[in-house]
Design a protein around this ligand. Structure first.
Ligand SMILES: [Zn+2]
Length: 420
């Protein structure tokens, strides 16, 4: 059992025994979970409500890191709801105390590199003189630095000079970070946003448990999606309570999130049939009849996508409304691991060296030049689907199909050559 009162020595012994599989069951407060990376945790039991869906997700994420099945049990009573929003509430330092702490840390810091404005900060610096080397003090100092980091006023950097856990190296932006005005406006605004995020995450948890009719994957996705930071979340559910009740078949594990693993990849198509489609070029354009849209488009593209998925194409870049089509493709190609990406021009960088299929409908003129340049220069092969009557957005009199430098064919021609 581990709580906030466990001494550091006891804690170390417990963690060592836990790591060595000498302990079967660890009962702990929520602080325990942080930094625990044991791959074969099989079950996480919440004896109390986590305060937000974010917290819940972090906790259950301790289980099944070896990729094997694991269980999450949430045992709560209606009385637990009162505690939510109380003890576990995240702590945001006030602007006044934050500035006070920051000034002291800044004044006491050591300049590492004047040119790049790097400094070594001691987290044991006290807000007042009587504070010093305590966990409490360090935690508040770190929260202060994190606030500055989130508004872009500083960046944590690596330095060989930061030798103890109480020292952090930072690079300061040329910023008004010591101004009261800056703290009262920019930092205050961030604090408001963070509190809003927290409230939202708490509300999601309530929705998830109280209503119990929404797939958990949807709840998590709405928590982790960010337009601002261009983060999409892909729903994959192996059978949550809501889905089981609704009789939905588990559908998970093959379409993986947008960021794909890095690693050595062959710039060649790597598949004989795919090479034939490319005809020695770096890109192939397949033009579909222009009168197909939305649902109907999903129908006519299903077969070519499946074909690509079974011939080594892992990445599909498509507008979000085509996602159901990609799901169906994944279901039909059970052994392929597929990645899907939104926002066509930007995400071509993410998968630069890999064979990638792009589904174009009506490209935005604003991103067309960028898209065009990327298709022409990316090292990996591209297979682009486009409507046959697509005109070049910048030179409206010209048809895209007459301009492209690549293997081109109509969908019907593709069918004749590759399916029949
Ligand atoms: Zn579900």
């Amino acid at each position: 059992m581990m709580t906030g009162d466990t001494s550091p020595d006891e804690r170390r012994v417990l963690l060592d025994r836990w790591a060595a599989d000498k302990i079967d069951l660890m009962v702990a407060t929520s602080a325990f979970g942080l930094g625990i990376d044991k791959s074969d945790v099989r079950t996480v039991i919440h004896a109390q409500l986590p305060e937000t869906v974010d917290r819940f997700y972090q906790d259950v994420g301790r289980a099944g890191r070896d990729g094997c099945a694991s269980i999450s049990l949430l045992v709560n009573t209606r009385y637990d709801w009162r505690a939510v929003g109380g003890i576990g509430r995240p702590k945001f330092i006030s602007a006044a105390f934050g500035l006070q702490r920051w000034r002291r840390m800044h004044d006491a810091s050591e300049v590492l590199d004047p040119a790049s404005n790097q400094r070594l900060i001691d987290l044991n610096t006290g807000r007042e003189l009587d504070m010093g080397a305590s966990d409490y003090n360090r935690a508040w100092n770190l929260r202060t630095l994190q606030l500055l980091q989130r508004v872009g006023a500083l960046e944590f950097v690596h330095s060989a000079r930061a030798v103890t856990a109480c020292q952090v190296a930072v690079r300061l932006e040329a910023y008004r970070h010591l101004d009261e005005d800056f703290w009262n406006t920019t930092i205050e605004q961030l604090r408001g946003e963070l509190r809003g995020d927290y409230a939202h995450s708490g509300e999601l948890l309530r929705r998830m448990l109280r209503d119990n009719d929404e797939c958990l994957a949807n709840v998590f996705a709405s928590c982790y999606r960010s337009e601002t930071f261009d983060i999409t979340a892909v729903q994959a559910c192996g059978g949550c309570p809501a889905c089981r009740r609704a009789g939905r078949v588990p559908d998970c594990g093959r379409i993986i999130a947008r960021r794909n693993p890095s690693g050595p990849v062959s710039p060649s198509a790597g598949d004989v049939e795919l090479e034939r489609l490319l005809g020695g070029r770096r890109s192939a354009f397949i033009f579909y009849p222009p009168d197909f849209f939305h649902d109907a488009l999903g129908g006519i593209l299903a077969e070519p996508l499946w074909w690509l998925a079974t011939h080594g194409v892992k990445n599909f870049v498509a507008p979000p409304w085509l996602t159901p089509l990609l799901w169906r493709t994944a279901a039909q190609a059970p052994h392929a691991t597929l990645f899907w990406h939104e926002k066509p021009p930007r995400n071509l960088d993410v998968v630069a060296a890999q064979a990638t299929a792009v589904l174009l409908t009506r490209p935005e003129p604003s991103w067309w030049p960028e898209f065009w340049a990327k298709i022409a220069t990316r090292p990996g092969p591209s297979i682009v689907f486009a409507p046959a009557d697509l005109r070049c957005p910048d030179v409206r009199t010209r048809m895209v199909r007459d301009l492209v430098d690549g293997s081109t064919m109509d969908l019907a021609q593709w069918e004749n050559r590759f399916v029949a």
